[in-house]
Design a binder for this molecule. Sequence first.
Ligand code: XUL
Ligand code: CO
Length: 437
Amino acid sequence: MSESFPDVPKISFEGPRSKNPLSFKHYDPDEVVEGRRLEDLLRFAVCYWHTFRGTGVDPFGAPTLLRPWDDGTDSIDNALHRVDVAFEFMTKLSVPFYCFHDRDVAPDGPTLQAANENLDRIAARLKEKQGETGIKLLWGTANLFSHPRYMHGAATSCNADVFAYAAAQVKKAIEVTHELGGENYVFWGGREGYHNLYNTDMQRELAHLARFMHMAHDHAKSIGFTGQFLFEPKPKEPTKHQYDFDAAACINFLRANGLEDVVKLNIETNHATLAGHSMMHELEYARIQGFLGSIDANTGDLLLGWDTDQFPTDVYLTTQIMLVILKQGGLAPGGTNFDAKVRRESTDPVDLFHAHIGGMDTFARGTKIAARIRTDGVLDDLLKNRYCSYDDGVGAQIEEGSVGFAGLERYMLDKGEAAPNESGRQEYIENLINEYL
Ligand code: XUL
Ligand code: CO
Protein backbone atom coordinates (compact mmCIF):
# COMPACT_ATOMS: atom_id res chain seq x y z
CA MET A 1 0.00 0.00 0.00
CA SER A 2 1.39 3.43 -0.88
CA GLU A 3 2.10 5.82 1.95
CA SER A 4 -0.02 8.88 2.60
CA PHE A 5 2.83 10.79 4.24
CA PRO A 6 5.74 9.67 2.01
CA ASP A 7 7.95 12.61 2.96
CA VAL A 8 7.60 12.11 6.70
CA PRO A 9 9.91 9.63 8.42
CA LYS A 10 9.22 8.15 11.83
CA ILE A 11 9.55 11.07 14.22
CA SER A 12 12.27 10.51 16.75
CA PHE A 13 13.84 12.34 19.66
CA GLU A 14 16.80 14.44 18.53
CA GLY A 15 17.20 16.73 21.54
CA PRO A 16 16.83 20.49 22.02
CA ARG A 17 19.68 21.39 19.69
CA SER A 18 18.13 19.72 16.66
CA LYS A 19 16.93 22.01 13.90
CA ASN A 20 14.82 19.29 12.30
CA PRO A 21 11.16 20.36 12.54
CA LEU A 22 10.11 16.72 12.15
CA SER A 23 11.80 15.60 15.36
CA PHE A 24 11.07 15.78 19.06
CA LYS A 25 13.26 18.26 20.89
CA HIS A 26 11.98 17.48 24.39
CA TYR A 27 9.78 14.37 24.22
CA ASP A 28 11.94 11.32 24.62
CA PRO A 29 9.48 8.48 25.32
CA ASP A 30 12.14 6.59 27.27
CA GLU A 31 13.22 9.43 29.52
CA VAL A 32 12.31 8.65 33.11
CA VAL A 33 10.57 11.34 35.14
CA GLU A 34 9.42 10.62 38.70
CA GLY A 35 10.08 6.93 38.14
CA ARG A 36 8.05 6.61 34.95
CA ARG A 37 8.96 6.65 31.24
CA LEU A 38 7.48 9.76 29.66
CA GLU A 39 5.46 7.62 27.27
CA ASP A 40 3.85 5.76 30.18
CA LEU A 41 3.35 8.89 32.22
CA LEU A 42 1.82 11.10 29.54
CA ARG A 43 -0.06 8.45 27.55
CA PHE A 44 -0.55 10.67 24.50
CA ALA A 45 -3.50 10.06 22.23
CA VAL A 46 -4.41 11.38 18.78
CA CYS A 47 -8.07 12.22 18.33
CA TYR A 48 -9.70 10.89 15.22
CA TRP A 49 -12.34 13.58 14.84
CA HIS A 50 -10.12 16.62 14.42
CA THR A 51 -7.10 14.96 12.89
CA PHE A 52 -8.82 12.68 10.37
CA ARG A 53 -12.29 14.17 10.02
CA GLY A 54 -11.56 17.87 10.45
CA THR A 55 -12.29 19.73 7.23
CA GLY A 56 -11.70 23.31 8.30
CA VAL A 57 -15.35 24.15 7.80
CA ASP A 58 -16.51 27.08 9.95
CA PRO A 59 -19.78 29.04 10.20
CA PHE A 60 -18.54 31.37 7.46
CA GLY A 61 -16.76 29.09 5.06
CA ALA A 62 -16.56 25.78 3.27
CA PRO A 63 -13.99 23.06 3.93
CA THR A 64 -10.38 23.99 3.27
CA LEU A 65 -8.62 20.83 4.46
CA LEU A 66 -9.12 18.58 1.45
CA ARG A 67 -6.93 15.60 2.20
CA PRO A 68 -5.33 13.78 -0.75
CA TRP A 69 -6.25 10.38 0.72
CA ASP A 70 -9.91 11.24 1.27
CA ASP A 71 -12.34 10.97 -1.66
CA GLY A 72 -14.88 13.14 0.14
CA THR A 73 -17.57 10.44 0.20
CA ASP A 74 -19.15 8.74 3.16
CA SER A 75 -18.45 5.28 1.77
CA ILE A 76 -17.16 2.29 3.69
CA ASP A 77 -14.17 2.09 1.37
CA ASN A 78 -13.18 5.65 2.14
CA ALA A 79 -13.60 4.98 5.87
CA LEU A 80 -11.49 1.81 5.67
CA HIS A 81 -8.78 3.63 3.76
CA ARG A 82 -8.84 6.43 6.34
CA VAL A 83 -8.08 3.88 9.07
CA ASP A 84 -4.89 2.93 7.24
CA VAL A 85 -3.91 6.59 6.91
CA ALA A 86 -4.61 7.19 10.59
CA PHE A 87 -2.42 4.30 11.68
CA GLU A 88 0.39 5.37 9.34
CA PHE A 89 0.19 8.84 10.90
CA MET A 90 0.11 7.57 14.49
CA THR A 91 2.91 5.09 13.89
CA LYS A 92 5.14 7.79 12.42
CA LEU A 93 4.28 10.07 15.33
CA SER A 94 5.01 7.30 17.89
CA VAL A 95 1.87 7.89 19.93
CA PRO A 96 0.67 4.97 22.01
CA PHE A 97 -3.09 5.78 21.91
CA TYR A 98 -5.98 7.20 19.93
CA CYS A 99 -9.60 8.18 20.67
CA PHE A 100 -12.74 8.32 18.52
CA HIS A 101 -16.48 8.89 18.35
CA ASP A 102 -18.45 6.11 16.63
CA ARG A 103 -19.41 8.40 13.74
CA ASP A 104 -15.84 9.63 13.18
CA VAL A 105 -14.60 6.24 12.17
CA ALA A 106 -17.63 4.75 10.40
CA PRO A 107 -20.41 6.13 8.21
CA ASP A 108 -23.80 6.61 9.81
CA GLY A 109 -26.66 4.65 8.21
CA PRO A 110 -30.30 5.10 7.27
CA THR A 111 -31.27 2.84 10.20
CA LEU A 112 -29.66 2.00 13.52
CA GLN A 113 -29.06 -1.51 12.20
CA ALA A 114 -27.19 -0.18 9.15
CA ALA A 115 -25.12 2.22 11.27
CA ASN A 116 -24.18 -0.62 13.63
CA GLU A 117 -23.12 -2.82 10.72
CA ASN A 118 -20.94 -0.03 9.33
CA LEU A 119 -19.33 0.42 12.72
CA ASP A 120 -18.63 -3.29 13.02
CA ARG A 121 -16.88 -3.33 9.65
CA ILE A 122 -14.62 -0.43 10.53
CA ALA A 123 -14.00 -1.72 14.06
CA ALA A 124 -12.68 -4.96 12.57
CA ARG A 125 -10.12 -2.94 10.57
CA LEU A 126 -9.24 -0.83 13.61
CA LYS A 127 -8.62 -3.99 15.59
CA GLU A 128 -6.41 -5.40 12.86
CA LYS A 129 -4.39 -2.18 12.72
CA GLN A 130 -4.09 -2.01 16.53
CA GLY A 131 -2.68 -5.52 16.44
CA GLU A 132 -0.18 -4.67 13.67
CA THR A 133 1.07 -1.44 15.24
CA GLY A 134 0.60 -1.88 19.00
CA ILE A 135 -1.33 1.41 19.13
CA LYS A 136 -4.16 1.20 21.66
CA LEU A 137 -7.53 2.80 22.19
CA LEU A 138 -7.47 5.29 25.08
CA TRP A 139 -11.20 5.90 24.86
CA GLY A 140 -14.23 5.59 22.70
CA THR A 141 -17.37 7.69 22.73
CA ALA A 142 -20.58 8.23 20.80
CA ASN A 143 -21.47 11.26 18.74
CA LEU A 144 -24.83 12.27 20.22
CA PHE A 145 -24.88 15.79 18.80
CA SER A 146 -24.38 15.94 15.00
CA HIS A 147 -27.49 14.17 13.72
CA PRO A 148 -30.64 16.36 13.53
CA ARG A 149 -32.49 13.90 15.81
CA TYR A 150 -30.34 15.27 18.63
CA MET A 151 -31.36 18.89 18.17
CA HIS A 152 -33.04 18.93 21.63
CA GLY A 153 -30.28 16.87 23.21
CA ALA A 154 -29.82 13.09 23.53
CA ALA A 155 -30.28 11.74 27.08
CA THR A 156 -31.86 15.09 27.95
CA SER A 157 -34.07 15.31 24.88
CA CYS A 158 -37.74 16.11 25.46
CA ASN A 159 -38.48 13.13 23.18
CA ALA A 160 -38.25 9.63 24.69
CA ASP A 161 -37.56 7.99 21.30
CA VAL A 162 -34.46 10.13 21.00
CA PHE A 163 -33.37 8.98 24.47
CA ALA A 164 -33.89 5.39 23.30
CA TYR A 165 -31.89 5.91 20.10
CA ALA A 166 -29.07 7.53 22.08
CA ALA A 167 -29.10 4.62 24.53
CA ALA A 168 -28.84 2.12 21.69
CA GLN A 169 -26.01 4.13 20.14
CA VAL A 170 -24.05 4.29 23.40
CA LYS A 171 -24.68 0.58 24.03
CA LYS A 172 -23.03 -0.16 20.70
CA ALA A 173 -20.21 2.34 21.24
CA ILE A 174 -19.36 0.77 24.62
CA GLU A 175 -19.39 -2.69 23.03
CA VAL A 176 -17.03 -1.55 20.26
CA THR A 177 -14.78 0.20 22.79
CA HIS A 178 -14.70 -3.04 24.77
CA GLU A 179 -13.97 -5.12 21.65
CA LEU A 180 -11.02 -2.82 20.87
CA GLY A 181 -9.63 -3.00 24.41
CA GLY A 182 -10.44 0.65 25.10
CA GLU A 183 -9.25 1.73 28.54
CA ASN A 184 -11.92 4.40 29.09
CA TYR A 185 -15.31 5.49 27.80
CA VAL A 186 -16.19 9.20 27.60
CA PHE A 187 -19.46 11.10 28.02
CA TRP A 188 -19.25 14.61 26.76
CA GLY A 189 -22.55 16.46 27.00
CA GLY A 190 -22.97 17.27 23.34
CA ARG A 191 -26.34 19.01 23.29
CA GLU A 192 -27.18 18.08 26.90
CA GLY A 193 -28.14 21.53 28.09
CA TYR A 194 -30.60 24.25 27.15
CA HIS A 195 -31.07 27.59 25.47
CA ASN A 196 -34.23 28.64 27.25
CA LEU A 197 -35.66 27.65 30.62
CA TYR A 198 -39.26 28.53 29.66
CA ASN A 199 -39.44 25.40 27.53
CA THR A 200 -37.08 23.24 29.60
CA ASP A 201 -37.90 20.95 32.52
CA MET A 202 -34.43 21.02 34.00
CA GLN A 203 -35.27 18.67 36.86
CA ARG A 204 -36.60 16.01 34.51
CA GLU A 205 -33.76 16.40 32.02
CA LEU A 206 -31.10 15.99 34.73
CA ALA A 207 -32.90 12.93 36.09
CA HIS A 208 -32.92 11.45 32.58
CA LEU A 209 -29.21 12.10 32.17
CA ALA A 210 -28.54 10.28 35.43
CA ARG A 211 -30.73 7.33 34.36
CA PHE A 212 -28.80 7.22 31.11
CA MET A 213 -25.43 7.00 32.84
CA HIS A 214 -26.66 4.31 35.20
CA MET A 215 -27.94 2.29 32.24
CA ALA A 216 -24.58 2.72 30.50
CA HIS A 217 -22.77 1.51 33.58
CA ASP A 218 -25.14 -1.45 34.01
CA HIS A 219 -24.59 -2.45 30.40
CA ALA A 220 -20.81 -2.08 30.65
CA LYS A 221 -20.85 -4.36 33.69
CA SER A 222 -23.02 -6.91 31.93
CA ILE A 223 -20.55 -7.27 29.04
CA GLY A 224 -17.46 -7.26 31.25
CA PHE A 225 -16.19 -3.83 30.21
CA THR A 226 -14.06 -2.65 33.12
CA GLY A 227 -12.73 0.52 31.52
CA GLN A 228 -13.10 3.82 33.33
CA PHE A 229 -16.12 6.03 32.63
CA LEU A 230 -15.34 9.71 32.16
CA PHE A 231 -17.61 12.76 32.14
CA GLU A 232 -16.21 15.80 30.27
CA PRO A 233 -17.14 19.25 31.60
CA LYS A 234 -17.94 22.09 29.18
CA PRO A 235 -19.95 25.20 30.10
CA LYS A 236 -21.38 26.20 26.71
CA GLU A 237 -21.35 25.34 23.01
CA PRO A 238 -23.44 24.06 21.42
CA THR A 239 -26.09 25.01 24.00
CA LYS A 240 -26.10 28.25 25.93
CA HIS A 241 -25.87 26.37 29.22
CA GLN A 242 -24.46 22.84 29.28
CA TYR A 243 -25.38 20.62 32.24
CA ASP A 244 -21.76 19.46 32.50
CA PHE A 245 -20.68 23.09 33.06
CA ASP A 246 -17.42 22.60 34.98
CA ALA A 247 -15.71 20.15 37.32
CA ALA A 248 -17.75 21.35 40.30
CA ALA A 249 -21.08 20.97 38.47
CA CYS A 250 -20.13 17.53 37.14
CA ILE A 251 -18.95 16.24 40.51
CA ASN A 252 -22.14 17.50 42.13
CA PHE A 253 -24.23 15.80 39.44
CA LEU A 254 -22.37 12.51 39.86
CA ARG A 255 -22.63 12.57 43.66
CA ALA A 256 -26.26 13.64 43.67
CA ASN A 257 -27.12 10.70 41.45
CA GLY A 258 -25.06 7.92 43.01
CA LEU A 259 -22.51 7.85 40.19
CA GLU A 260 -19.48 9.01 42.17
CA ASP A 261 -17.91 5.57 42.35
CA VAL A 262 -18.21 4.78 38.66
CA VAL A 263 -17.48 7.99 36.74
CA LYS A 264 -14.46 10.31 36.81
CA LEU A 265 -13.76 13.44 34.79
CA ASN A 266 -12.03 14.12 31.50
CA ILE A 267 -10.91 17.73 31.80
CA GLU A 268 -10.23 19.89 28.75
CA THR A 269 -8.22 23.11 28.83
CA ASN A 270 -10.38 25.15 26.47
CA HIS A 271 -13.53 24.06 28.31
CA ALA A 272 -11.97 25.21 31.59
CA THR A 273 -11.28 28.66 30.20
CA LEU A 274 -14.78 28.90 28.69
CA ALA A 275 -16.08 28.25 32.22
CA GLY A 276 -14.00 31.13 33.54
CA HIS A 277 -11.47 28.86 35.24
CA SER A 278 -7.85 28.04 34.66
CA MET A 279 -7.03 24.47 33.65
CA MET A 280 -4.98 24.18 36.83
CA HIS A 281 -8.04 25.10 38.90
CA GLU A 282 -10.21 22.47 37.22
CA LEU A 283 -7.56 19.77 37.59
CA GLU A 284 -6.86 20.53 41.22
CA TYR A 285 -10.55 20.76 42.09
CA ALA A 286 -11.14 17.34 40.55
CA ARG A 287 -7.95 15.80 41.96
CA ILE A 288 -8.51 16.66 45.59
CA GLN A 289 -11.87 14.88 45.43
CA GLY A 290 -10.63 11.84 43.57
CA PHE A 291 -12.31 12.68 40.26
CA LEU A 292 -9.33 13.48 38.01
CA GLY A 293 -9.41 10.78 35.35
CA SER A 294 -7.98 12.05 32.06
CA ILE A 295 -7.34 15.22 30.08
CA ASP A 296 -8.18 16.65 26.69
CA ALA A 297 -5.05 18.61 25.91
CA ASN A 298 -5.59 21.77 23.91
CA THR A 299 -5.81 25.46 24.48
CA GLY A 300 -8.17 28.30 23.65
CA ASP A 301 -7.49 31.84 22.62
CA LEU A 302 -8.25 34.26 25.41
CA LEU A 303 -9.20 36.93 22.88
CA LEU A 304 -11.90 34.69 21.42
CA GLY A 305 -14.85 33.46 23.42
CA TRP A 306 -15.30 30.10 21.78
CA ASP A 307 -13.84 26.61 21.71
CA THR A 308 -10.93 27.08 19.31
CA ASP A 309 -9.32 23.73 20.21
CA GLN A 310 -5.77 24.80 19.42
CA PHE A 311 -2.73 22.66 20.07
CA PRO A 312 -0.98 23.54 23.35
CA THR A 313 2.26 25.47 22.83
CA ASP A 314 2.54 27.33 26.13
CA VAL A 315 5.08 25.79 28.49
CA TYR A 316 3.70 27.75 31.42
CA LEU A 317 0.32 26.09 30.88
CA THR A 318 1.71 22.56 30.60
CA THR A 319 3.89 23.14 33.67
CA GLN A 320 0.79 24.05 35.68
CA ILE A 321 -1.07 21.04 34.31
CA MET A 322 1.76 18.67 35.12
CA LEU A 323 2.22 20.06 38.62
CA VAL A 324 -1.25 18.73 39.38
CA ILE A 325 -0.98 15.50 37.41
CA LEU A 326 2.36 14.58 38.99
CA LYS A 327 0.86 15.23 42.42
CA GLN A 328 -1.67 12.55 41.58
CA GLY A 329 1.04 10.20 40.29
CA GLY A 330 -0.14 10.33 36.65
CA LEU A 331 -3.46 9.77 34.94
CA ALA A 332 -3.53 6.08 34.06
CA PRO A 333 -5.83 4.55 32.97
CA GLY A 334 -6.58 8.00 31.57
CA GLY A 335 -4.18 9.88 29.33
CA THR A 336 -3.43 13.05 27.39
CA ASN A 337 -5.71 13.27 24.38
CA PHE A 338 -5.00 16.02 21.86
CA ASP A 339 -8.55 17.23 21.35
CA ALA A 340 -7.08 19.89 19.09
CA LYS A 341 -7.20 20.87 15.45
CA VAL A 342 -4.92 22.62 13.02
CA ARG A 343 -6.20 25.99 11.79
CA ARG A 344 -8.25 25.93 8.59
CA GLU A 345 -5.43 27.82 6.89
CA SER A 346 -2.95 25.04 7.77
CA THR A 347 -3.80 23.01 4.72
CA ASP A 348 -0.76 20.79 4.28
CA PRO A 349 -0.94 17.26 5.76
CA VAL A 350 2.50 17.78 7.27
CA ASP A 351 0.94 20.50 9.46
CA LEU A 352 -0.74 17.65 11.38
CA PHE A 353 2.72 16.43 12.35
CA HIS A 354 4.00 19.87 13.33
CA ALA A 355 0.92 20.39 15.49
CA HIS A 356 1.26 17.12 17.39
CA ILE A 357 5.04 17.33 17.72
CA GLY A 358 4.63 20.79 19.24
CA GLY A 359 1.97 19.58 21.65
CA MET A 360 4.02 16.57 22.75
CA ASP A 361 7.20 18.60 23.19
CA THR A 362 5.33 21.26 25.14
CA PHE A 363 3.94 18.62 27.49
CA ALA A 364 7.33 16.95 27.87
CA ARG A 365 8.90 20.28 28.81
CA GLY A 366 6.11 21.09 31.24
CA THR A 367 6.52 17.66 32.82
CA LYS A 368 10.24 18.04 33.36
CA ILE A 369 9.89 21.58 34.71
CA ALA A 370 7.10 20.53 37.07
CA ALA A 371 9.18 17.58 38.27
CA ARG A 372 12.11 19.88 39.07
CA ILE A 373 9.85 22.24 40.99
CA ARG A 374 8.54 19.26 42.91
CA THR A 375 11.98 17.80 43.61
CA ASP A 376 13.15 21.10 45.05
CA GLY A 377 10.00 21.21 47.15
CA VAL A 378 9.60 24.99 46.83
CA LEU A 379 5.82 24.91 46.63
CA ASP A 380 5.54 22.28 49.37
CA ASP A 381 7.58 24.40 51.76
CA LEU A 382 5.54 27.46 50.97
CA LEU A 383 2.25 25.65 51.54
CA LYS A 384 3.43 23.98 54.69
CA ASN A 385 4.54 27.27 56.21
CA ARG A 386 1.44 29.12 55.10
CA TYR A 387 -0.88 26.74 56.98
CA CYS A 388 1.38 25.88 59.94
CA SER A 389 -1.03 27.48 62.43
CA TYR A 390 -3.22 24.40 61.89
CA ASP A 391 -0.43 21.99 62.81
CA ASP A 392 -0.91 22.35 66.56
CA GLY A 393 -2.85 24.28 69.19
CA VAL A 394 -6.24 25.64 68.23
CA GLY A 395 -5.64 24.97 64.51
CA ALA A 396 -5.12 21.26 65.11
CA GLN A 397 -8.27 21.20 67.28
CA ILE A 398 -10.24 22.79 64.42
CA GLU A 399 -9.02 20.21 61.94
CA GLU A 400 -9.65 17.28 64.31
CA GLY A 401 -13.09 18.57 65.20
CA SER A 402 -12.29 18.66 68.92
CA VAL A 403 -13.39 22.27 69.36
CA GLY A 404 -16.67 24.06 68.59
CA PHE A 405 -17.85 27.64 68.33
CA ALA A 406 -18.07 28.06 72.12
CA GLY A 407 -14.50 26.88 72.59
CA LEU A 408 -13.25 29.13 69.82
CA GLU A 409 -15.10 32.06 71.33
CA ARG A 410 -13.42 31.42 74.70
CA TYR A 411 -10.05 31.17 72.93
CA MET A 412 -10.55 34.44 71.08
CA LEU A 413 -12.02 36.33 74.05
CA ASP A 414 -8.87 35.42 75.85
CA LYS A 415 -6.56 36.31 72.98
CA GLY A 416 -8.41 39.47 71.95
CA GLU A 417 -7.53 39.68 68.21
CA ALA A 418 -6.39 37.59 65.25
CA ALA A 419 -3.50 39.21 63.48
CA PRO A 420 -2.41 37.41 60.33
CA ASN A 421 0.66 39.17 59.17
CA GLU A 422 2.39 36.44 57.16
CA SER A 423 3.03 37.46 53.57
CA GLY A 424 1.34 35.41 50.85
CA ARG A 425 4.54 35.90 48.82
CA GLN A 426 2.74 35.70 45.50
CA GLU A 427 5.28 37.72 43.51
CA TYR A 428 8.19 35.86 45.07
CA ILE A 429 6.74 32.48 44.13
CA GLU A 430 5.79 33.60 40.62
CA ASN A 431 9.37 34.72 40.06
CA LEU A 432 10.63 31.45 41.43
CA ILE A 433 8.44 29.43 39.05
CA ASN A 434 9.76 31.51 36.17
CA GLU A 435 13.30 30.53 37.11
CA TYR A 436 12.39 26.91 36.40
CA LEU A 437 11.08 27.75 32.94
C1 XUL B 1 -16.28 19.00 22.33
C2 XUL B 1 -15.35 18.00 22.83
C3 XUL B 1 -15.60 16.61 22.38
C4 XUL B 1 -15.33 15.56 23.39
C5 XUL B 1 -15.70 14.17 22.96
O1 XUL B 1 -15.98 20.29 22.70
O2 XUL B 1 -14.42 18.30 23.54
O3 XUL B 1 -14.85 16.40 21.23
O4 XUL B 1 -13.99 15.56 23.77
O5 XUL B 1 -17.02 14.08 22.60
CO1 CO C 1 -12.88 17.20 24.41
